[in-house]
Write a protein that binds this ligand. Structure first.
Ligand code: BMA
Length: 330
């Protein structure tokens, strides 16, 4: 079967064909990184950020690490999804009653459009790291919703539509600091307030060491005719610290806690200088994709070395064929 993306065409998304001589299933944009050190006055670094199509162009929610070390979320706009204008002021969150609801810090955002609303999830603080949630329709006013769970949890990633009448949130229970463990779970909600029916999706490990320490969901899963394509990060522990690489899995379309395939090997690992050198060396952390249902093209947005935003490309049919040929055996 040829794998096809279910969704809209996006002919203006960034794209570069696989370079000659490259046989990798995922290849890098040749002008990476697309956001460099000190991109706006308040922030030293912008990385691990999320982009979506918006009104014929592109918009994003960006993780900006301020010069005092704390991260906050900023909106950015772009005509081509490569050259970004990032707002200098952080997002102002208000609760549903209109009261100020600013998080003390906010990082690793994901953005998804479900029906006519854009939902944003991020890692927030509630006496420990947990999953912050909010929504917007216009990227001008932002309503903060209840946190999805108690600490500690990270990498909250919503599916782009309800499944069997319920919202579904991938998440990764963790601890404070630099969690040395972690599996991907998912939870259900009828109204985005109360989350339950928790299911284990995937554990760290497999047969390879690149994902032996922990794993966490990355971009919003992509719906295909063969299942949900989930790109994720896998972490290896080395004598010099963690190394963050990318993997992919295919999840059952109606019961997405069932894993159909999962890459045995990483699909991208830190190799380029902007991935191996920066504020935190050896990090490739995917947070978003843009994709075109017409051509099957996927652009993966990832944070590099906790310093830069970078882009990589793949084709849905080739990635799923690669996963089938190089899958973990369950
Ligand atoms: C994780 C998160 C990510 C970060 C990664 C590598 O725990 O904090 O934001 O990219 O560590 O430092």
């Amino acid at each position: 079967m040829t794998t096809k993306i279910i969704g809209s065409a996006l002919p203006n998304m960034p794209w570069q064909p696989r370079p000659q001589g490259c046989s990798d299933v995922v290849w890098r944009h040749d002008a990476n990184p697309i956001i460099n050190w000190n991109p706006i006055p308040c922030a030293a670094r912008i990385y691990n950020s999320a982009v979506v199509p918006f009104e014929g162009a592109f918009i994003g929610v960006f993780r900006a690490d301020y010069k005092n070390g704390r991260p906050h979320l900023h909106v950015g706009r772009s005509a081509d999804a490569l050259n970004w204008e990032i707002e200098h002021e952080r997002i102002q969150w208000r609760d549903e009653q209109g009261n100020c609801a600013q998080p003390t810090y906010a990082y690793d955002p994901r953005v998804v459009k479900i029906e006519d609303t854009y939902y944003i999830t991020w890692c927030t603080d509630n006496h420990g790291a947990t999953l912050g949630m909010g929504m917007t329709k216009d990227f001008k006013t932002f309503v903060r919703l209840e946190d999805a769970c108690v600490p500690f949890n990270r990498n909250g990633v919503l599916f782009p539509r309800k499944i069997n009448g319920e919202f579904i949130l991938l998440n990764r229970p963790s601890d404070s600091g630099h969690t040395p463990f972690g599996d991907i779970f998912l939870s259900h909600s009828k109204e985005m307030v109360y989350w339950g029916k928790h299911r284990h999706v995937m554990g760290k490990g497999g047969t390879g060491w690149w994902q032996g320490t922990k794993i966490g969901a990355g971009p919003i899963p992509i719906e295909t005719n063969e299942g949900w394509l989930m790109i994720y990060h896998g972490v290896s522990g080395t004598c010099n610290g963690f190394v963050y690489s990318m993997g992919a899995a295919l999840l059952d379309i109606n019961e997405p806690w069932k894993v159909l395939y999962r890459t045995r090997d990483y699909i991208l690992t830190p190799e380029k200088e902007y991935e191996t050198t920066g504020f935190v060396p050896n990090v490739a952390f995917p947070c978003a994709t843009l994709h075109d249902a017409e051509t099957g093209r996927i652009a993966i947005y990832y944070g590099a070395a906790d310093t830069y935003v970078a882009v990589a490309y793949t084709q849905v049919d080739e990635l799923v064929a690669y996963m089938k040929a190089n899958s973990e055996v369950f």
